[in-house]
Design a protein around this ligand. Sequence first.
Ligand SMILES: Cc1ncc(COP(=O)(O)O)c(C=O)c1O
Length: 405
Amino acid sequence: MPFEDYNILLPPWMDTHETHAKYNIAETCVASISLDDLRGLSEDSSSEIWSSSTKLTYGTIRGSEKLRTNLADRYSAKKPFQAHNILITPGAISANMTIFYGLIGKGDHVICHYPTYQQLYEIPKRLGAEVDYWRADEMKKWQLDIEELKGLIRPNTKMIIINNPHNPSGAVIPKATLDSLIEVAEEHDLIIMADEVYRPIFHSISPGSPDFPPSILSLGYAKTIATGSLSKAYSLAGIRVGWIASRSSEIIEACAQARDYTTISVSQLDDQIAAYALDNNCIHSLLSRNIQLAKRNLEILDSFVESHRWACEWVKPVAGTTAFVKFSNMGAPVNDVAFCGKLMEETSVMLVPGSRCFGEGKDFKGFVRFGFCCETEVLEEGLEKMRLYMKKGYRTVPLADEEGA
Ligand SMILES: Cc1ncc(COP(=O)(O)O)c(C=O)c1O
C-alpha cells in the first residue's frame, strides 16, 4: 500500500513542534543525559566508556556479549535468562518492526492493545495482517478485559500485542491480568509480544504490590517476546539501542533472519555506551535518578490537575513517563488539536493532542498526552504558562467537533 494511504499520527506532530517548543512537556523520555552525566552516575567513573583506539568494525552482529549479558541479568530474577536469547536493535521501534517483519504476514490475525503507540498496530496492518483492537477502558482505569480478548480470538490469530507500562495512560497491566492473558495465549498457542519500553519506571507502584507487573518473560510461557530500549527509562534516546528478548530460540532465530535484512549490527559505539549504562556499576544510580525524577514531576503535574478539576480529569498514572488527561468545558470535551495548537502558538508549551495522535480523529476527543519526566524546571515553567492560559485563553478553545483546529 502506498505511504499516503496511511495516516501517520504522532511523529509528524512531534517533528513539527519539538525543536522550537520552549516547554516540551510532551516528551516520553526521562530527561536525557550526556556521556559526562553517565560517567558521573557510575560508581566506577575511572572505567572508559569507549576506547578511541578500538577499530570500528561492525562489531558482534547480534549485539556485544557484554550488553546482552547485562540485559539477560535484568530478565533473570525468577529464572536464568540467556544472553543468546537477546537481539540488539536500533531502538525499540526497530525491535518492534523486526518482530512484525519476521513473524507477521498476510493471512494472520493480530490483536493489539488500544490506544497505544501507533506502530504496534499499524505495521502489522501494513504487512497485510488483520488487526483487532483490544481496548483499554478509560472508565476502568485503562484496564483490559480478558473476556473481551477471548471474544476477539479467531482461528488465524497469531499474536497478541500489549504495551506495559502503557503509553499514553501510564497504567500498568496488573499481574493477575497478565496471568490470565498467558492462560488464554497458551490455550490457543498464540505469541504474546509486550512492548516494555517504559519498564522499569514504576513511580507509583511498589514491587511488593500484588498488581505489580513482572516482565512478560517471567511468567513461564515460552512464546512471549519483550522489547525495550535505552531511550525512555535510561535517558539515552540518542544512542538508538533497543532489544528483542524471548525465551523461545525459534522466535529469536526468526527475528534474527528478519534483522539480517535490515540491520547487520548496531553502532559499536552505541552498543558500548548501552553496556556501560546497564552495568551494575551504573544502572542502579541511573534508575534511581529517573524514578525519583518521575515521582517528583508527577506530584507537580498532579497539583496542576487537582487545581484545574473544573477543566480536566485523569486516571493518575502508575508507571512510565506519560499521562493522558481529558480537558473539557462545561462537561463537553474540548477540541484537543485546537487546544494543543493554541497552547503551542501562544505559550510555546508543547503537548500531544490525543484524538489526533492516538485515536485517528475518532476516539479520545479532549485528551491530551503529557510527557512529564522532562527536566523539573521545564515542567514547572511549562505548567505555569499553562495556568495563565487556563485563566485567560481556555474559554476560547473550541469544543470537540467544532471548527478551530
Ligand atoms: C510504546 C513505545 N514503543 C517504542 C517506542 C520507540 O522508542 P525507541 O525506538 O526510542 O526505543 C516508543 C517511543 O515513543 C514508544 O512509546
